[in-house]
Design a protein around this ligand. Structure first.
Ligand SMILES: [Zn+2]
Length: 461
Protein backbone atom coordinates (compact mmCIF):
# COMPACT_ATOMS: atom_id res chain seq x y z
CA UNK A 1 0.00 0.00 0.00
CA UNK A 2 1.41 3.36 -1.01
CA UNK A 3 1.05 6.46 1.06
CA UNK A 4 1.14 10.00 -0.29
CA UNK A 5 2.55 12.82 1.81
CA UNK A 6 2.06 16.43 0.76
CA UNK A 7 3.20 19.75 2.16
CA UNK A 8 2.50 23.17 0.72
CA UNK A 9 4.33 26.43 0.30
CA UNK A 10 1.93 29.21 -0.51
CA UNK A 11 2.90 32.71 -1.51
CA UNK A 12 0.29 35.37 -1.10
CA UNK A 13 0.60 38.91 -2.33
CA UNK A 14 -0.36 41.36 0.39
CA UNK A 15 -2.80 44.17 -0.26
CA UNK A 16 -0.65 47.15 0.62
CA UNK A 17 -0.39 50.60 -0.94
CA UNK A 18 3.40 50.68 -0.75
CA UNK A 19 6.10 48.09 -1.40
CA UNK A 20 7.96 46.21 1.30
CA UNK A 21 11.10 48.35 1.56
CA UNK A 22 10.39 51.53 -0.43
CA UNK A 23 7.59 53.98 -1.16
CA UNK A 24 6.77 52.68 -4.64
CA UNK A 25 3.11 51.95 -5.38
CA UNK A 26 1.85 48.41 -5.77
CA UNK A 27 -1.04 48.84 -8.22
CA UNK A 28 -1.39 45.95 -10.62
CA UNK A 29 -2.28 47.90 -13.78
CA UNK A 30 0.60 50.42 -13.89
CA UNK A 31 2.58 50.51 -17.13
CA UNK A 32 5.84 48.54 -17.15
CA UNK A 33 8.58 49.67 -14.78
CA UNK A 34 6.63 52.73 -13.65
CA UNK A 35 6.50 51.59 -10.02
CA UNK A 36 10.24 51.37 -9.43
CA UNK A 37 12.95 53.28 -7.62
CA UNK A 38 16.63 52.75 -6.79
CA UNK A 39 15.71 50.75 -3.64
CA UNK A 40 13.48 48.14 -5.29
CA UNK A 41 15.84 47.98 -8.26
CA UNK A 42 18.57 47.10 -5.77
CA UNK A 43 21.04 49.80 -6.74
CA UNK A 44 24.25 50.06 -4.79
CA UNK A 45 24.23 52.50 -1.90
CA UNK A 46 20.47 52.41 -1.32
CA UNK A 47 18.99 51.45 2.01
CA UNK A 48 15.74 49.48 2.40
CA UNK A 49 13.19 50.77 4.89
CA UNK A 50 10.72 48.20 6.25
CA UNK A 51 7.04 49.10 5.69
CA UNK A 52 6.17 48.03 9.22
CA UNK A 53 2.87 49.86 9.42
CA UNK A 54 1.18 48.04 6.56
CA UNK A 55 2.99 44.73 6.27
CA UNK A 56 3.37 43.76 9.89
CA UNK A 57 -0.24 44.61 10.56
CA UNK A 58 -1.46 42.25 7.83
CA UNK A 59 0.96 39.47 8.78
CA UNK A 60 -0.17 39.53 12.41
CA UNK A 61 -3.82 39.53 11.39
CA UNK A 62 -3.22 36.27 9.55
CA UNK A 63 -1.14 34.90 12.38
CA UNK A 64 -3.97 35.47 14.84
CA UNK A 65 -6.53 33.91 12.49
CA UNK A 66 -4.32 30.81 12.18
CA UNK A 67 -3.53 30.60 15.91
CA UNK A 68 0.18 31.15 15.30
CA UNK A 69 2.91 32.13 17.73
CA UNK A 70 3.93 35.70 16.96
CA UNK A 71 7.60 36.54 17.33
CA UNK A 72 8.55 39.49 19.48
CA UNK A 73 11.65 40.22 17.46
CA UNK A 74 11.92 39.73 13.73
CA UNK A 75 14.71 40.28 11.27
CA UNK A 76 15.38 39.85 7.57
CA UNK A 77 17.87 37.74 5.64
CA UNK A 78 19.30 37.58 2.16
CA UNK A 79 18.59 34.53 0.04
CA UNK A 80 21.08 34.49 -2.80
CA UNK A 81 20.29 33.31 -6.26
CA UNK A 82 20.81 34.69 -9.71
CA UNK A 83 17.91 35.36 -11.98
CA UNK A 84 17.31 38.20 -14.40
CA UNK A 85 14.12 39.39 -12.68
CA UNK A 86 15.98 39.79 -9.37
CA UNK A 87 18.33 42.73 -9.89
CA UNK A 88 19.84 42.64 -6.37
CA UNK A 89 21.13 39.11 -6.80
CA UNK A 90 19.37 38.15 -3.59
CA UNK A 91 15.84 38.13 -2.27
CA UNK A 92 15.17 39.77 1.08
CA UNK A 93 13.24 37.23 3.12
CA UNK A 94 13.03 35.87 6.66
CA UNK A 95 15.05 32.77 7.32
CA UNK A 96 16.27 32.93 10.91
CA UNK A 97 13.43 34.85 12.63
CA UNK A 98 10.13 34.47 10.75
CA UNK A 99 7.26 36.55 12.03
CA UNK A 100 4.91 33.59 12.66
CA UNK A 101 5.40 29.98 13.76
CA UNK A 102 3.30 26.96 14.77
CA UNK A 103 -0.06 27.90 13.34
CA UNK A 104 -2.84 25.60 12.28
CA UNK A 105 -6.02 25.43 10.29
CA UNK A 106 -8.81 22.94 10.83
CA UNK A 107 -10.22 21.27 7.74
CA UNK A 108 -13.11 18.84 7.84
CA UNK A 109 -11.49 15.81 9.44
CA UNK A 110 -8.11 17.00 10.62
CA UNK A 111 -5.89 19.84 11.66
CA UNK A 112 -3.24 21.03 9.22
CA UNK A 113 -0.20 22.42 11.02
CA UNK A 114 1.53 25.47 9.68
CA UNK A 115 5.24 25.41 10.35
CA UNK A 116 5.90 29.07 9.71
CA UNK A 117 4.83 32.16 7.86
CA UNK A 118 7.45 34.64 6.81
CA UNK A 119 7.56 38.00 5.06
CA UNK A 120 9.51 38.36 1.84
CA UNK A 121 9.70 40.45 -1.30
CA UNK A 122 8.49 39.46 -4.73
CA UNK A 123 10.69 39.43 -7.84
CA UNK A 124 10.04 41.12 -11.20
CA UNK A 125 8.19 39.56 -14.09
CA UNK A 126 9.76 38.42 -17.33
CA UNK A 127 7.69 39.27 -20.40
CA UNK A 128 9.40 37.84 -23.46
CA UNK A 129 12.69 39.71 -23.83
CA UNK A 130 11.61 42.43 -21.42
CA UNK A 131 11.51 42.48 -17.67
CA UNK A 132 8.92 44.44 -15.73
CA UNK A 133 10.20 45.35 -12.28
CA UNK A 134 6.87 46.71 -11.02
CA UNK A 135 6.34 43.54 -8.98
CA UNK A 136 9.87 43.68 -7.57
CA UNK A 137 9.65 44.38 -3.84
CA UNK A 138 5.90 43.84 -3.48
CA UNK A 139 5.33 42.26 -0.05
CA UNK A 140 4.51 38.56 0.12
CA UNK A 141 3.75 36.17 2.92
CA UNK A 142 5.01 32.66 2.44
CA UNK A 143 2.96 30.10 4.32
CA UNK A 144 4.80 26.82 4.88
CA UNK A 145 2.68 23.90 6.06
CA UNK A 146 3.86 20.69 7.67
CA UNK A 147 3.55 17.65 5.38
CA UNK A 148 0.14 16.85 6.85
CA UNK A 149 -1.86 16.22 3.67
CA UNK A 150 -2.46 12.78 2.20
CA UNK A 151 -4.71 13.60 -0.77
CA UNK A 152 -5.60 16.33 -3.24
CA UNK A 153 -9.02 16.65 -1.60
CA UNK A 154 -7.41 17.74 1.66
CA UNK A 155 -5.10 20.14 -0.18
CA UNK A 156 -7.95 21.83 -2.00
CA UNK A 157 -10.14 22.01 1.07
CA UNK A 158 -7.28 23.64 2.96
CA UNK A 159 -6.55 26.13 0.19
CA UNK A 160 -10.20 27.10 -0.11
CA UNK A 161 -10.46 27.67 3.64
CA UNK A 162 -7.23 29.63 3.68
CA UNK A 163 -8.45 31.73 0.77
CA UNK A 164 -11.69 32.51 2.59
CA UNK A 165 -9.71 33.65 5.62
CA UNK A 166 -7.48 35.88 3.49
CA UNK A 167 -10.56 37.46 1.92
CA UNK A 168 -12.36 37.94 5.23
CA UNK A 169 -9.26 39.56 6.72
CA UNK A 170 -8.95 41.69 3.58
CA UNK A 171 -5.20 41.12 3.40
CA UNK A 172 -4.91 39.72 -0.14
CA UNK A 173 -6.99 39.28 -3.29
CA UNK A 174 -5.83 35.65 -3.17
CA UNK A 175 -6.55 35.05 -6.84
CA UNK A 176 -4.78 31.86 -7.75
CA UNK A 177 -5.35 32.39 -11.48
CA UNK A 178 -3.84 35.88 -11.37
CA UNK A 179 -0.84 34.97 -9.25
CA UNK A 180 -1.74 36.83 -6.06
CA UNK A 181 -1.86 33.35 -4.46
CA UNK A 182 0.77 30.89 -5.70
CA UNK A 183 1.00 27.30 -4.60
CA UNK A 184 4.04 25.02 -4.61
CA UNK A 185 3.37 21.38 -3.81
CA UNK A 186 5.89 19.09 -2.15
CA UNK A 187 4.83 15.54 -2.71
CA UNK A 188 6.28 12.13 -1.98
CA UNK A 189 4.96 8.62 -2.25
CA UNK A 190 6.24 5.78 -0.11
CA UNK A 191 5.56 2.27 1.03
CA UNK A 192 5.25 0.96 4.57
CA UNK A 193 4.90 4.34 6.25
CA UNK A 194 8.42 5.51 5.46
CA UNK A 195 8.83 9.04 4.19
CA UNK A 196 9.80 9.06 0.51
CA UNK A 197 11.96 11.54 -1.35
CA UNK A 198 9.96 14.59 -2.17
CA UNK A 199 9.41 16.27 -5.47
CA UNK A 200 8.42 19.90 -5.68
CA UNK A 201 5.84 21.09 -8.19
CA UNK A 202 6.12 24.84 -8.72
CA UNK A 203 3.41 27.45 -9.18
CA UNK A 204 0.35 25.45 -10.06
CA UNK A 205 -2.17 27.96 -11.38
CA UNK A 206 -5.68 26.75 -10.50
CA UNK A 207 -7.52 24.38 -8.18
CA UNK A 208 -8.19 22.08 -11.10
CA UNK A 209 -4.50 21.97 -12.00
CA UNK A 210 -3.57 21.31 -8.37
CA UNK A 211 -5.82 18.25 -8.38
CA UNK A 212 -4.47 17.02 -11.71
CA UNK A 213 -0.82 17.68 -10.80
CA UNK A 214 -1.13 15.70 -7.56
CA UNK A 215 -2.94 12.81 -9.25
CA UNK A 216 -0.36 12.69 -12.05
CA UNK A 217 2.59 12.87 -9.68
CA UNK A 218 1.22 10.16 -7.39
CA UNK A 219 0.89 7.81 -10.31
CA UNK A 220 4.30 8.70 -11.76
CA UNK A 221 6.09 8.10 -8.48
CA UNK A 222 4.28 4.85 -7.77
CA UNK A 223 5.27 3.59 -11.20
CA UNK A 224 8.94 4.45 -10.55
CA UNK A 225 8.87 2.65 -7.19
CA UNK A 226 7.17 -0.38 -8.73
CA UNK A 227 10.06 -0.58 -11.18
CA UNK A 228 12.52 -0.31 -8.27
CA UNK A 229 13.75 3.13 -9.29
CA UNK A 230 14.90 5.73 -6.80
CA UNK A 231 13.00 9.01 -6.82
CA UNK A 232 15.46 11.88 -6.81
CA UNK A 233 14.55 15.14 -5.14
CA UNK A 234 13.95 17.73 -7.82
CA UNK A 235 11.64 20.49 -8.98
CA UNK A 236 8.94 20.04 -11.61
CA UNK A 237 6.31 22.23 -13.17
CA UNK A 238 2.80 21.37 -14.28
CA UNK A 239 1.91 21.63 -17.96
CA UNK A 240 -1.81 22.39 -18.09
CA UNK A 241 -2.16 21.52 -21.75
CA UNK A 242 -0.44 18.15 -21.53
CA UNK A 243 -1.92 17.57 -18.08
CA UNK A 244 1.38 16.31 -16.67
CA UNK A 245 4.30 17.41 -14.53
CA UNK A 246 7.62 18.05 -16.26
CA UNK A 247 11.20 18.10 -14.97
CA UNK A 248 12.35 21.67 -14.36
CA UNK A 249 15.59 21.62 -12.37
CA UNK A 250 17.43 19.81 -9.63
CA UNK A 251 16.35 20.84 -6.16
CA UNK A 252 18.30 23.67 -4.61
CA UNK A 253 19.35 23.03 -1.06
CA UNK A 254 19.58 25.53 1.76
CA UNK A 255 23.33 25.58 1.15
CA UNK A 256 22.84 26.82 -2.40
CA UNK A 257 21.15 29.98 -1.21
CA UNK A 258 23.91 31.07 1.20
CA UNK A 259 21.48 32.73 3.60
CA UNK A 260 22.97 35.78 5.28
CA UNK A 261 21.55 38.20 7.79
CA UNK A 262 20.32 41.40 6.12
CA UNK A 263 22.40 43.93 8.01
CA UNK A 264 20.82 46.94 6.31
CA UNK A 265 17.58 46.39 8.23
CA UNK A 266 17.66 46.52 12.01
CA UNK A 267 15.81 43.99 14.12
CA UNK A 268 12.18 44.93 14.57
CA UNK A 269 10.46 44.63 17.94
CA UNK A 270 6.76 43.78 18.00
CA UNK A 271 5.10 45.21 21.08
CA UNK A 272 2.28 43.31 22.80
CA UNK A 273 0.05 46.39 22.50
CA UNK A 274 0.46 46.32 18.75
CA UNK A 275 -0.70 42.68 18.65
CA UNK A 276 -3.56 43.21 21.09
CA UNK A 277 -4.87 46.11 19.10
CA UNK A 278 -5.05 43.95 15.99
CA UNK A 279 -6.66 41.09 17.93
CA UNK A 280 -9.41 43.40 19.19
CA UNK A 281 -10.31 44.47 15.67
CA UNK A 282 -10.20 41.05 14.03
CA UNK A 283 -13.38 40.39 12.00
CA UNK A 284 -15.54 37.29 12.44
CA UNK A 285 -13.81 34.46 10.61
CA UNK A 286 -15.40 32.32 7.89
CA UNK A 287 -15.78 29.14 9.95
CA UNK A 288 -17.69 30.95 12.65
CA UNK A 289 -19.88 32.68 10.06
CA UNK A 290 -20.53 29.34 8.36
CA UNK A 291 -21.89 27.80 11.54
CA UNK A 292 -24.04 30.87 12.17
CA UNK A 293 -25.52 30.85 8.65
CA UNK A 294 -26.26 27.15 8.80
CA UNK A 295 -27.96 27.16 12.17
CA UNK A 296 -29.67 30.56 12.14
CA UNK A 297 -30.47 31.04 8.47
CA UNK A 298 -30.72 27.45 7.27
CA UNK A 299 -28.25 28.02 4.44
CA UNK A 300 -26.49 25.04 2.89
CA UNK A 301 -22.72 24.56 2.59
CA UNK A 302 -22.90 24.88 -1.20
CA UNK A 303 -24.69 28.22 -0.90
CA UNK A 304 -22.17 29.44 1.67
CA UNK A 305 -19.34 28.42 -0.69
CA UNK A 306 -20.83 30.71 -3.32
CA UNK A 307 -21.02 33.59 -0.84
CA UNK A 308 -17.48 33.14 0.42
CA UNK A 309 -15.83 32.63 -2.94
CA UNK A 310 -16.38 36.23 -3.88
CA UNK A 311 -16.06 38.55 -0.92
CA UNK A 312 -18.37 41.06 -2.63
CA UNK A 313 -21.19 38.50 -2.69
CA UNK A 314 -20.64 38.05 1.02
CA UNK A 315 -20.83 41.75 1.77
CA UNK A 316 -23.90 42.20 -0.44
CA UNK A 317 -25.59 39.34 1.41
CA UNK A 318 -24.71 40.75 4.82
CA UNK A 319 -25.95 44.21 3.86
CA UNK A 320 -29.23 42.84 2.48
CA UNK A 321 -29.85 40.73 5.58
CA UNK A 322 -29.80 43.86 7.71
CA UNK A 323 -32.40 45.58 5.54
CA UNK A 324 -34.78 42.71 4.78
CA UNK A 325 -36.98 40.37 6.76
CA UNK A 326 -35.91 37.01 5.44
CA UNK A 327 -32.27 35.96 4.92
CA UNK A 328 -33.45 32.76 3.26
CA UNK A 329 -35.08 34.82 0.48
CA UNK A 330 -31.88 36.87 0.12
CA UNK A 331 -29.77 33.75 -0.40
CA UNK A 332 -32.33 32.41 -2.91
CA UNK A 333 -31.97 35.62 -4.86
CA UNK A 334 -28.14 35.70 -4.77
CA UNK A 335 -27.60 32.04 -5.64
CA UNK A 336 -30.39 32.09 -8.24
CA UNK A 337 -31.38 35.14 -10.25
CA UNK A 338 -28.30 37.18 -9.29
CA UNK A 339 -25.78 34.61 -10.56
CA UNK A 340 -27.89 34.00 -13.64
CA UNK A 341 -27.81 37.69 -14.56
CA UNK A 342 -24.08 38.06 -13.79
CA UNK A 343 -23.31 35.16 -16.13
CA UNK A 344 -25.03 36.93 -18.98
CA UNK A 345 -24.41 40.60 -18.36
CA UNK A 346 -21.41 42.70 -17.55
CA UNK A 347 -22.44 44.33 -14.28
CA UNK A 348 -20.27 46.24 -11.85
CA UNK A 349 -21.40 44.74 -8.55
CA UNK A 350 -19.19 47.06 -6.52
CA UNK A 351 -21.69 49.87 -7.04
CA UNK A 352 -24.99 48.06 -6.59
CA UNK A 353 -27.76 49.97 -4.88
CA UNK A 354 -28.36 47.79 -1.83
CA UNK A 355 -31.35 49.86 -0.66
CA UNK A 356 -33.14 49.33 -3.98
CA UNK A 357 -32.57 45.58 -3.83
CA UNK A 358 -33.65 45.37 -0.20
CA UNK A 359 -36.82 47.36 -0.94
CA UNK A 360 -37.65 45.04 -3.80
CA UNK A 361 -37.16 41.93 -1.65
CA UNK A 362 -39.49 43.41 0.99
CA UNK A 363 -42.14 44.26 -1.59
CA UNK A 364 -42.00 40.66 -2.80
CA UNK A 365 -42.10 39.25 0.72
CA UNK A 366 -45.20 41.38 1.38
CA UNK A 367 -46.80 39.63 -1.61
CA UNK A 368 -47.38 42.87 -3.45
CA UNK A 369 -45.88 41.63 -6.73
CA UNK A 370 -45.61 38.31 -8.54
CA UNK A 371 -42.39 36.31 -8.74
CA UNK A 372 -42.22 37.25 -12.38
CA UNK A 373 -42.32 40.97 -11.60
CA UNK A 374 -39.80 40.40 -8.83
CA UNK A 375 -37.31 38.92 -11.29
CA UNK A 376 -37.97 41.52 -13.95
CA UNK A 377 -37.55 44.42 -11.50
CA UNK A 378 -34.41 42.91 -10.00
CA UNK A 379 -32.88 42.82 -13.46
CA UNK A 380 -33.80 46.49 -13.96
CA UNK A 381 -32.05 47.44 -10.70
CA UNK A 382 -28.88 45.57 -11.64
CA UNK A 383 -28.78 46.65 -15.24
CA UNK A 384 -30.20 50.18 -15.14
CA UNK A 385 -30.15 51.16 -11.48
CA UNK A 386 -33.95 51.54 -11.54
CA UNK A 387 -35.76 52.51 -8.39
CA UNK A 388 -38.01 49.45 -7.83
CA UNK A 389 -41.03 51.34 -6.45
CA UNK A 390 -40.97 53.73 -9.40
CA UNK A 391 -40.51 50.93 -11.90
CA UNK A 392 -43.35 48.81 -10.53
CA UNK A 393 -45.65 51.83 -10.25
CA UNK A 394 -44.84 53.14 -13.71
CA UNK A 395 -45.44 49.77 -15.34
CA UNK A 396 -48.55 49.05 -13.31
CA UNK A 397 -47.13 45.82 -11.90
CA UNK A 398 -48.45 45.87 -8.34
CA UNK A 399 -50.80 43.03 -7.54
CA UNK A 400 -54.50 43.95 -7.53
CA UNK A 401 -55.70 43.91 -3.95
CA UNK A 402 -59.11 45.48 -4.60
CA UNK A 403 -61.63 42.69 -3.97
CA UNK A 404 -64.26 44.31 -6.16
CA UNK A 405 -62.03 44.23 -9.21
CA UNK A 406 -61.32 40.53 -8.56
CA UNK A 407 -65.03 39.79 -8.07
CA UNK A 408 -65.91 41.55 -11.32
CA UNK A 409 -63.36 39.48 -13.19
CA UNK A 410 -64.72 36.26 -11.67
CA UNK A 411 -68.28 37.19 -12.65
CA UNK A 412 -67.23 37.65 -16.26
CA UNK A 413 -65.26 34.38 -16.31
CA UNK A 414 -68.18 32.40 -14.84
CA UNK A 415 -70.51 33.94 -17.39
CA UNK A 416 -68.17 32.96 -20.23
CA UNK A 417 -67.53 29.41 -18.94
CA UNK A 418 -70.87 28.01 -17.90
CA UNK A 419 -69.94 24.45 -18.82
CA UNK A 420 -66.84 24.47 -16.65
CA UNK A 421 -68.91 25.84 -13.79
CA UNK A 422 -71.48 23.03 -14.18
CA UNK A 423 -68.70 20.44 -14.38
CA UNK A 424 -67.23 21.71 -11.14
CA UNK A 425 -70.61 21.63 -9.45
CA UNK A 426 -70.89 18.01 -10.61
CA UNK A 427 -67.64 17.20 -8.83
CA UNK A 428 -64.95 17.83 -11.42
CA UNK A 429 -62.17 19.55 -9.46
CA UNK A 430 -60.10 20.23 -12.56
CA UNK A 431 -62.73 22.67 -13.72
CA UNK A 432 -62.08 24.84 -10.68
CA UNK A 433 -58.44 25.07 -11.67
CA UNK A 434 -59.48 26.03 -15.15
CA UNK A 435 -61.73 28.80 -13.84
CA UNK A 436 -58.97 30.08 -11.57
CA UNK A 437 -56.54 30.16 -14.49
CA UNK A 438 -59.01 32.03 -16.65
CA UNK A 439 -59.61 34.61 -13.91
CA UNK A 440 -55.90 35.19 -13.34
CA UNK A 441 -55.45 35.67 -17.05
CA UNK A 442 -58.32 38.16 -17.11
CA UNK A 443 -56.46 40.07 -14.36
CA UNK A 444 -53.22 40.05 -16.40
CA UNK A 445 -51.70 37.73 -13.78
CA UNK A 446 -51.56 40.65 -11.38
CA UNK A 447 -53.51 39.03 -8.57
CA UNK A 448 -52.48 36.65 -5.82
CA UNK A 449 -53.68 33.18 -6.86
CA UNK A 450 -54.61 32.11 -3.32
CA UNK A 451 -56.77 35.15 -2.74
CA UNK A 452 -58.50 34.77 -6.11
CA UNK A 453 -59.07 31.08 -5.43
CA UNK A 454 -60.76 31.81 -2.11
CA UNK A 455 -63.05 34.47 -3.57
CA UNK A 456 -63.89 32.18 -6.49
CA UNK A 457 -65.00 29.36 -4.18
CA UNK A 458 -67.01 31.82 -2.09
CA UNK A 459 -68.85 33.11 -5.14
CA UNK A 460 -69.60 29.65 -6.57
CA UNK A 461 -70.93 28.39 -3.27
ZN1 LIG B 1 10.76 51.19 -5.11
Amino acid sequence: MYKTTIGLEIHIELKTLKKLFCNCKTNFNASSNLNTCPICLGMAGTLPKFNKKEVLHLAIKLGLALSSDISNIISFDRKHYFYKDLPKGFQTTQFFNPVLRNGNLQIENKIINIKEIHIEEDAGKTKGDNIDFNRCGIPLLEIVTEPDFTSYEEVIEFLKSLREILLFLDISDAKIEEGSMRVDINISVSKDNLLGNRVEIKNVGSFKSIKNAILYEQERQIKLLEENNIILEHTRCFDENKNKTIFMRNKETIKDYKYLKEVDIKEIYIEDDFIENIRKNLPILPNEKRVFYKTKYNISDDEIDILFENILFYSIFEALCVKTKNPREVINLICGEFLKILNKENIDIKNLNITYIANLINIFLDEKITRDTYKKTFYEILKNNQNPEEYIEKNDLYLIDDENIIKDAIDIVLEENKKALDDYKNGNLKSLKFLLGATLKKLDYRANANIVNNILIDIIN
